[in-house]
Design a binder for this molecule. Structure first.
Ligand code: G3I
Length: 346
């Protein structure tokens, strides 16, 4: 049985999909998508710079196809993401006063969430509003609106525009106890003001080395204790140490894991069997934890269907030597896929 079949009584199993997958040009990818997954997230095509490139112009072509694809396949459709400081259209970066920013955010959310009212199941309303220590990220929204009030502004607008959609705060490194405090502050503030928030999205861009199962578990418990669901929204496991943690020495050392010399070879370097086994064990440990807390978890979305699609291929250091997902570059299931399935199919 497939991933979605195996976990159908536990949580949605999703994948981020690219423009070419939305346009259904990747036949192998689309076959896997339909067979294995029951939720989708648009990797890039609903981000501000794509969907609202100029003040008075919206580009819904790909987003419309994306939602239609999800409906056709009866999937849990995620909208990603209404407010994010990155991939923001340049014209928004130049807004100076809070009234204009507030009305711009209102126009953006009303137009987009309103267009898909009743069709998007979950919105990543705000993405990455925190610094690593849990303090507010001083994005253009924060600076121009004079504080974190843009967050409640966004959640209120999203609820008004689409009352049926579940509303999520999404961020990375939410396993960290420091950053966790920031999430609790955001969620509590919304709840204290009677503003709807349904979930916390932990992106889960993790590696073989970390984070610990304990840290992840502590966050699952902390967030769900506020009465919101937890989702893992962008799961991938970097086999090499995280590219952002690597220095020269580490790069040399990490290449030992691979046959051949990826620096000279622009094409993907095969994972050694030991690396495949490590990856399988890591995914197995993570899904054991997810199953332990299945009542707290709404969805587990992989950030891509197969290794070829992964954003991690573009990291300058390890580039295409990464193998972060359950399906390889030939869309074949890896050891990790079978380890995860075995948890539900004894
Ligand atoms: O579409 C253009 C293409 O026309 C152009 O030829 C090409 C080369 O410049 O760039 C293409 O745009 C790229 C886009 O992905 C689509 O492939 C952008 O340069 C590139 O920056 C963008 O990267 C995305 C990244 O977000 C940037 O923010 C990744 O695909 C996407 O996986 C990644 O996803 C984010 C989540 O949204 C939020 N959480 C973190 C996660 C990883 O950064």
């Amino acid at each position: 049985p497939s991933l979605k079949e195996s976990f159908k009584n536990d949580f949605f199993i999703g994948a981020a999909i690219s423009k070419s997958q939305i346009n259904q040009t990747d036949s192998l990818s689309n076959a896997l998508l339909k067979k294995e997954f029951n939720s989708i997230t648009p990797e890039n095509d609903m981000k501000w710079e794509q969907i609202h490139p100029e003040k008075d112009s919206f580009n819904f072509e790909t987003a419309d196809k994306y939602v239609a694809l999800g409906e056709k396949n009866n999937m849990h459709i995620v909208g990603h993401t209404l407010l994010w400081h990155s991939q923001l259209a340049p014209w928004v970066q130049n807004i100076q006063d809070s009234a204009t920013m507030a009305s711009t955010i209102k126009a953006h959310i009303n137009k987009i969430a309103g267009r898909y009212k009743g069709r998007i199941n979950t919105w990543d309303v705000v993405n990455e509003a925190l610094n690593e220590d849990g303090s507010p990220r001083e994005s253009v929204f924060y600076k121009v609106m004079g504080g974190e009030n843009y967050i409640e502004h966004a959640f209120m607008l999203a609820e008004n525009a689409d009352p049926d959609a579940k509303l999520v705060y999404n961020d990375y490194n939410l396993w960290k106890s420091e950053k966790r405090k920031g999430v609790l502050r955001i969620v509590k503030n919304l709840q204290d003001k009677g503003i709807k928030i349904d979930g916390v999205g932990m992106q889960a861009h993790w590696s073989l080395e970390g984070p610990s199962i304990e840290d992840i578990e502590n966050s699952i418990i902390a967030y769900s204790s506020l009465g919101v669901k937890v989702s893992f929204t962008e799961l991938d496991i970097t086999v090499l140490p995280n590219p952002w943690d690597l220095d020269g020495a580490a790069v040399e050392q990490s290449y030992e894991q691979f046959e051949g010399d990826p620096k000279m070879n622009p094409y993907p370097v095969k994972l050694t069997d030991s690396a495949q086994i490590q990856l399988a064990k890591r995914y197995e440990d993570i899904f054991k934890l997810f199953l332990k807390h299945r009542d707290k978890i709404e969805r587990v979305t992989f950030w891509g269907v197969n290794d070829e699609q992964s954003w991690l291929n573009n990291w300058p250091i390890n580039g295409r030597t990464n193998h972060p997902l359950l399906f390889d570059r030939n869309f074949e299931p890896k050891k990790a896929y079978f380890s995860v399935l075995a948890l539900k199919n004894k």
